[in-house]
Design a protein around this ligand. Structure first.
Ligand SMILES: Nc1nc2c(ncn2[C@@H]2O[C@H](COP(=O)(O)OP(=O)(O)OP(=O)(O)O)[C@@H](O)[C@H]2O)c(=O)[nH]1
Ligand SMILES: [Mg+2]
Length: 450
C-alpha cells in the first residue's frame, strides 16, 4: 500500500546512458541515505563528493546534495545523488535504497504531489511543472513558466477573495437582520457580484488559446487526389513523411507530423485525396480524411491552380478562416487570373509550386501567422487545461443563479449556499478544496521522478 509516510526513491533523469543521472530520495527517512550507502551525509545545501558502498562493494562516486525539510522541493528531507549515468550504476544504487525498510520506489508525480500537500506549490503550479517538462516549443515553455510563477493561481485567488468578501457581507445580513445594516446592502452586493461574474466571463472568453497552445493546433491538409498534398506536407516537415507519386489516390492513412512553427506547436495531417469512387481502402481513407479535417482547428486545401475554377472549396469542407493553396503554377493557372472565380472566394488563397518553389515561403508564413493568431497568449495568464475551464464555468453558472435570486430578494440563505458552491469550484482549481480527490486526477499524467 502506498503511504505518504514512506521515504520515496526515484531516478529523476531519463533512463539510458548519460554523463550524469540523478536519484532523488524524499521523506522522513531520507537523511539515512548516508548510513545506507556508507558515507557521511553532507551539511544541508553544501554539495559534497562521496563514495557510495553496499556491503563493502563500491557502487559509484557521487555528488550529494542534502535539503532539510521544510525548505526543500517536497517540503520533506530530500537528498539528491548525482551519480554516473549508466544503467548498472543507477540500478545498483536504487536497489540498495529500496531494499531498506520504510523506503520504496516513488509513484508517478509523487515528489510534486508531496510538494502540493506540504503547501510548497498549488495545483496550477504543479501542473506547470509537468507542462514545462513536456514543452516542445518556445511558446509552450513561456506558458508553463508563467503558470509556474503563480500567474494563474493569482487570478483564481483574487476571484476567491472577492467572492469571500461578498459572502461575508451576505452572511452578516442573514445573521443580524435587526442590526443597523443599510437597506441598499443587497443592491450593493448584487453590483459587486455582477462585476465579479463579468471578470470571470471575460477571462474565459479567450478562444481556448491556452489549451490549444498546451496541446498543439491541429491542421489538416485536404483536397482532391494528386494535387500535391503529400508533397506540401513533406516540404513543411523538411523530410519524407508521406509517399509522393503521380498515381491518383496514393495517400490512404492519415499521416500526422508534429512541427514547431515559429515557436508554436502544430500537428499537420496529410490525408487521402477526396474524390468520387475509389476502392474500399481508398473510401476508408477518405472517411478518415473527412473526420480528421472536421475536427481540425484549420484546414489547408491544396488544389491544382490550373483546375481552380472547377473546384468548390466547400465540397472539401473548407470553412471560414481556412486557407486554399493553388499548387503547380509551373504547369499554368486556370484561364485569365483576373477574371477567375478564385478572386471572389471568401478564403485566403496563395499560388505556389513545389517544383519551382514559388509561393512556398508565403504559404508557410500564412500558416504560421494563423497558428500565432490562435495560440498567442501575450504574457497574460490563461486557462491551460479543460479542468480549469470546467471549474470556472461551473462557478460562473452558480454565481448567475445567486445574482438572480439576490435581485428577487428571496431566501438569502439559498443565495449563500449557491455562492459557497461557486467558491468551492474556484478553490478546486488551485487545490484549496478537496485536494485528495484532485491529486489523483492532476498527477495521473506525470512520470516517475517528478
Ligand atoms: N509540376 C508539378 N508537380 C507537382 C507539384 N507538386 C506535386 N507535384 C507532383 O504531383 C504528383 C502528386 O503529388 P502528391 O504530393 O503525391 O499528391 P497528393 O495530393 O498527396 O495525392 P494523393 O495522395 O493521391 O491524394 C507527384 O508526382 C508530385 O511530384 C508542383 O508544384 N508542380
Ligand atoms: Mg498524398
Amino acid at each position: 500500500m502506498r503511504s505518504d509516510e514512506d521515504t520515496i526513491v526515484a531516478l529523476a533523469t531519463a533512463p539510458g546512458r548519460a554523463a550524469v543521472a540523478i536519484i532523488r530520495v524524499s521523506g522522513a527517512g531520507a537523511s539515512a541515505v548516508g548510513a545506507i550507502l556508507g558515507f557521511p551525509l553532507p551539511k544541508p545545501r553544501v554539495p559534497a563528493v562521496r563514495k557510495l558502498r553496499q556491503n563493502d562493494v563500491e557502487l559509484d562516486q557521487a555528488l550529494i546534495l542534502f535539503f532539510k525539510g521544510p525548505g526543500s522541493y517536497t517540503g520533506e528531507d530530500l537528498v539528491e545523488l548525482q551519480i554516473h549515468g549508466g544503467r548498472a550504476v543507477y540500478d545498483s544504487v536504487v536497489s540498495a535504497l529500496i531494499e531498506t525498510p520504510g523506503y520504496r520506489y516513488a509513484e508517478p508525480g509523487e515528489f510534486t504531489r508531496r510538494a502540493v500537500l506540504a503547501g510548497r506549490l498549488d495545483l496550477t503550479e504543479a501542473e506547470a511543472i509537468n507542462d514545462l517538462v513536456n514543452a516542445e516549443t518556445e511558446a509552450q515553455r513561456d506558458l508553463a513558466m508563467m503558470q509556474l510563477g503563480g500567474s494563474l493561481r493569482e487570478v483564481f485567488d483574487a476571484w476567491s477573495a472577492k467572492l469571500t468578501a461578498i459572502r461575508a457581507h451576505l452572511e452578516a445580513y442573514i445573521d443580524f437582520p435587526d442590526e443597523d445594516i443599510p437597506d441598499d446592502v443587497l443592491e450593493k452586493l448584487g453590483g459587486d457580484l455582477s462585476e465579479l461574474i463579468q471578470s470571470m466571463k471575460d477571462f474565459s472568453a479567450d478562444g481556448r488559446r491556452g489549451e490549444r497552445l498546451r496541446n498543439g493546433m491541429r491542421i489538416a491538409v485536404v483536397g482532391p487526389p494528386n494535387a500535391g498534398k503529400s508533397s506540401f506536407v513533406n516540404w513543411l516537415a523538411e523530410r519524407d513523411v508521406a509517399i509522393v507519386s503521380p498515381k491518383v489516390g496514393t495517400t490512404r492513412d492519415v499521416v500526422e507530423v508534429h512541427l514547431d512553427l515559429g515557436g508554436y506547436p502544430v500537428t499537420v495531417a496529410d490525408t487521402a485525396g477526396l474524390r468520387d469512387g475509389g476502392d474500399v481502402i481508398e473510401a476508408e481513407g477518405m472517411r478518415r480524411a473527412r473526420a480528421w479535417a472536421g475536427d481540425a482547428d484549420l484546414r489547408v486545401l491544396v488544389i491544382e491552380a490550373r483546375n481552380a475554377d472547377l473546384v468548390d472549396p466547400e465540397v472539401f469542407g473548407a470553412l471560414e478562416g481556412d486557407l486554399v493553396l493553388l499548387n503547380k503554377i509551373d504547369l499554368g493557372e486556370s484561364g485569365d487570373r483576373r477574371g477567375s472565380r478564385v478572386n471572389g472566394w471568401p478564403w485566403r488563397t496563395q499560388a505556389m509550386s513545389l517544383v519551382s518553389g514559388a509561393g512556398l515561403t508565403e504559404a508557410m508564413k500564412w500558416i504560421t501567422d494563423v497558428a500565432r493568431d490562435r495560440m498567442e497568449v501575450s504574457r497574460r495568464p490563461v486557462l491551460s487545461r479543460s479542468r480549469h475551464r470546467a471549474a470556472l464555468d461551473a462557478s460562473v453558472c452558480d454565481l448567475e443563479v445567486a445574482r438572480r435570486e439576490l435581485a428577487l430578494a428571496r431566501e438569502p440563505e439559498i443565495v449563500a449556499e449557491v455562492m459557497r458552491q461557486a467558491a468551492d469550484s474556484l478553490g478546486r482549481v488551485t487545490g484549496r478544496i478537496d485536494v485528495e480527490d484532485l491529486l489523483d486526477v492532476v498527477f495521473r499524467d506525470f512520470c516517475i521522478g517528478k
